[in-house]
Each structure stands twice: as C-alpha cells, then as structure tokens.
Design a protein around this ligand. Structure first.
Ligand code: HEM
Length: 133
C-alpha cells in the first residue's frame, strides 16, 4: 500500500487511463457537436494526432509523466496556436467540449471543478484575436 500516491491531479484523474478517456471524449464531442463546428474546422480531417498530443500535454500538465515535453520540447502553447484564429467564440467552443467531457467523467466533484476552472484560464490565454466591440 505504501506506493499509493494520490497527490497529483494526474492521479486524481485516474492516471493515464483517466486522462486518455477525457481526451477521447473531448475530441469525440468536438467531432460530432454543432456547438463546436468552428473549432472542428480548424483541425485536420483526422483527429488522431490531436488526441495524442493533448493527452501527452495534459499528462505532464496535471503532474504525471512529461510526455509532451520529452517528445516536442517546451509546449509554448500560445505560440503553437498562433496559426489559428482564436477569439472568444473559439475559446468558448473549446471549453464547451472540455466542460462537457469533464462533467461526463467519473472524477470527484472537486476535481471536476478544479479542472474546469484551471482549463478555462488556459483556454482564455490562447486567444489571439481582439473582439470588435
Ligand atoms: C482556446 C481554444 C483552442 C483552440 C481553438 C485550439 C485549437 C487547436 C488546433 C487547431 C491545433 C492544431 C491541431 C493539433 O495539433 O491538434 C491545436 C493544437 C494543440 N492544442 Fe489547442 N486549441 C485551443 C485551446 C487549447 C488548450 C486550452 C490546450 C491545453 C490545455 C490546448 C492544447 C493543444 C496542444 C497540446 C496542441 C498540440 C500542439 C503541437 O504540438 O503542435 N489547446 N489546438
């Protein structure tokens, strides 16, 4: 029992299995929901690489193995999103998919709230378009 470590968000999400399941559901929703039509169009026809990259990123981000950094180096996420036009609409569509996927998960309520709040900040940070008033 002494190797039971539930200190990180990664562990609280169920480790690799839980993080992968969240990412799979997130992209399934993006792929099938009219609510996410605009951001789906920014992605390639196949979401296979997106699934793998977001899984690898969230693994390290949540305190698990730093898979993304090991393979691709520093995430520089904002910079990597510059080729895509991301305003409030795109941010909200991304968060719609993510919040839905989190709500459908079996994470503890406090873990769900924590994830939604922190990922809302990351998504907002990714905006690179000024909204016209
Ligand atoms: C705010 C709205 C967002 C939009 C519209 C968006 C869209 C995209 C698109 C079109 C790509 C390129 C295709 C791909 O490689 O998957 C991408 C890549 C990526 N996104 Fe996002 N994204 C958003 C927010 C986020 C957030 C909040 C995160 C992290 C929590 C994230 C993590 C990533 C990662 C890790 C990649 C792969 C980067 C690379 O190595 O090229 N994205 N995103």
């Amino acid at each position: 029992m002494d190797n039971l470590n539930l200190n990180s968000l990664y562990d609280l999400m169920g480790g690799e299995t839980g993080v992968r399941a969240l990412v799979e559901r997130f992209y399934d929703l993006m792929d099938s929901s009219p609510e996410a039509r605009d951001i789906r169009a920014l992605h390639a026809a196949s979401l296979k690489q997106s699934r793998e990259k977001l899984f690898m990123f969230l693994s390290g981000w949540s305190g698990g193995p730093s898979l993304y950094i090991e393979k691709y180096g520093h995430p520089r996420l904002r910079q990597r999103h510059m080729p895509f036009s991301i305003g409030e609409r795109e941010r909200d569509q991304w968060l719609w998919c993510m919040k839905q996927a989190i709500d459908e998960s079996d994470f503890l309520p406090a873990v769900k709230e924590h994830l939604k709040s922190r990922l809302s900040e990351v998504a907002d940070f990714m905006r690179n378009q000024k909204e016209s008033a």
